[in-house]
Design a protein around this ligand. Sequence first.
Ligand code: SF4
Length: 292
Amino acid sequence: MEKKGKKNVYAGTVLEIEGLDLNVEQAFELADASAERSAAACTVRLAKEPVIEFLRSNVVLLKNMLTRGYQAGKCIERRIAAMEAWLTDPQLLEPDADAEYKEIIEIDLNAITEPLLCCPNDPDDVRPLSQVAGTQIDEVFIGSCMTNLGHFRAAARILEGAPHVAGRLWVAPPTRMDEAQLKDEGLYAIFGKAGARTEIPGCSLCMGNQARTRDNVTVFSTSTRNFDNRMGNGARVFLGSAELAAITARLGKLPTPAEYKAIIAERVAAKAGEIYRSLSFDTIPGYERLGW
Ligand code: SF4
C-alpha cells in the first residue's frame, strides 16, 4: 500500500476474528494489534478450552493478589466471583446469526508460505521475506506487549549454542513476571551467552524512551510500530516475528525463506508444544516466587 493518501478503513470499527485455533495469549496479540489499525475494539472467537484454562489461571493469580494485600480488594473479589461463576457453566458469546458486517475479509493462511514483514518505515508496507532477504541488520529488538513467553523460548532455542551475535540484540520481556519466568527456565543465560543486552521489562525500545537504537541503523523489531524516529533517530525498522528476529540476530541479516525454514525445523518445530505453552498459574506449584 502506498504511504501517501492511505485511508484507514478500520478506524472506529469492531473487528471480529474467527477461524483460528489459538490460546488466549495468542488471541491477545491480534486484539492488541487491532489498536494499530485504530479499531474501536476486537473480538477473537476461541474454543471454550483455552478460555477456561485462562480464567482458571487468572482466578489463582487474583487470589494471590488479594493475599498480598493489593488495593481495590473488593473489586478483585467481584472479578473472582464472576470468573468462578462462569467456570461452573462456561458459555461463550456468539455472533448473532443475522449480524451485518461492514466487510468480511477471508484470509487463506495456507496461501502464506513464508514470514511477512512490515518494511521501513511503514506498517502497511508488508512484504514476504523473499523480497527483502539478505538485508543487513544492525540491531534486533525482541520485546513489546506483542511478545509472550513462547516467543522468548523460541528465540532462546534459536540462539542456543550459536556464536555471539554480530550486531546488537536487545531482549526486553513485557512484564517482570515474564522476566522472572524466563530466568527461572534458564533462558537469560542463553541470551547472555549469545551477546544479548537484556533490558528492564516494559515497553523498552518500542516506546523509544527507556532505550533507543543508535542513529541511522537498520533494525529488526518484534514491536508494533515502525514510525520514523520512534525507536532511534533515522532508524529504518522492519517489523516481524520473534522467531525471525532471533534468526536475523544470528545471521546479522534477514535470512532467505529456506534458511528460516531450516532453522525453525531444527530448533522450534519439534518442540513447539513445550515452547509455546502458556503460563497457567493453577498448574505451577509455588508460582508466587516469580516475584511480580
Ligand atoms: S509502547 Fe508499550 S504498550 Fe505501546 S505498543 Fe509498545 S510495548 Fe505496547
